[in-house]
Design a protein. Structure first.
Length: 255
């Protein structure tokens, strides 16, 4: 599986040490890296189909790290889709009210899942991109026939139902933001942790060593919704809890 790191804060913060430790694990997750961050009126998305530890672009970003209030990072271990830029996370899509949704995912969707109808519409070939298209379609259906924007509670309800429909027979570990809320979901045992510190909530696929953070497993099988670094909604527990997959090591990157 791939790995995730992210945070949402009530202020602009800089976490270069955590990011550096996270991207160092690209030696065992070598099939691409991505970073989205926003705050202070500026947003940027960086993606490369290279191991982060080999990337000059990644090195420069870490050396010139900028504060952000929201960040999502991803390192890829390809299980579906080739190693190319169009398959690198995070993925982005505009919702029907013009909000930019940004999603990174770790897991797998076997054939026959509810997101399969969106295969003809995706730019790449990953099941993760189809999750975002599936959510966007659900939002468009909820918006149909009305001029006013969806409210926050309406959007959360759509996301929660989409996560429930996808996660029953699929591994859905994801981090997502729509510019206002930050969403986290995990249904694989021990594959997404969270920690809080001084107005910031953090997420990571493993307990990144750090003195200030007390990592705990994210409550499983439910959608967790945050705003300005605070939990505002915890959905009901649904679906099954999967065991983590065993990742075969690739000797050529373990140098």
């Amino acid at each position: 599986m791939c790995e995730l790191f992210g945070y949402q804060s009530d202020s602009l913060i800089q976490e270069t040490e955590l990011l550096t430790k996270f991207f160092a694990r690209s030696r065992i997750h070598p099939d691409g890296w991505g970073l989205y961050r926003t705050g202070g009126g500026q947003s940027c998305l960086h993606r490369e189909a290279l191991p982060a530890w080999k990337s000059e672009r990644n090195r420069r970003l870490l050396e010139n790290d900028r504060p952000a209030s929201t960040l999502i990072a991803h390192i890829r271990y390809a299980t579906e889709g080739s190693v190319r830029p169009g398959n690198v996370h995070p993925f982005q899509l505009e919702d029907p009210d013009g909000r930019l949704m940004t999603l990174a995912h770790c897991g797998s969707l076997p054939a026959g899942n509810p997101a399969d109808p969106f295969i003809p519409y995706q730019l790449g070939s990953t099941d993760s991109e189809r999750i975002l298209l599936f959510i966007g379609d659900r939002l468009r259906a909820a918006k149909a026939g009305r001029k006013s924007p969806l409210t926050g509670s309406e959007r959360i309800a759509v996301y929660e139902k989409a996560a429930a429909d996808l996660s029953d027979m699929n591994k859905i570990n994801l981090l997502m933001t729509d510019g206002e809320y930050f969403y986290a979901h995990c249904n694989v045992r021990g594959r997404l942790y969270t920690a809080e510190d001084d107005g910031t909530v953090y997420f990571a696929s493993y307990r990144i060593p750090n003195r200030k953070l007390d990592w705990k497993p994210l409550p499983p099988n439910r959608l967790m919704v945050y705003q300005n670094g605070c939990l505002i909604c915890e959905g009901p527990a649904r679906g099954r809890l999967f065991e983590p997959a065993v990742i075969p090591q690739r000797r050529e990157v373990l140098i």
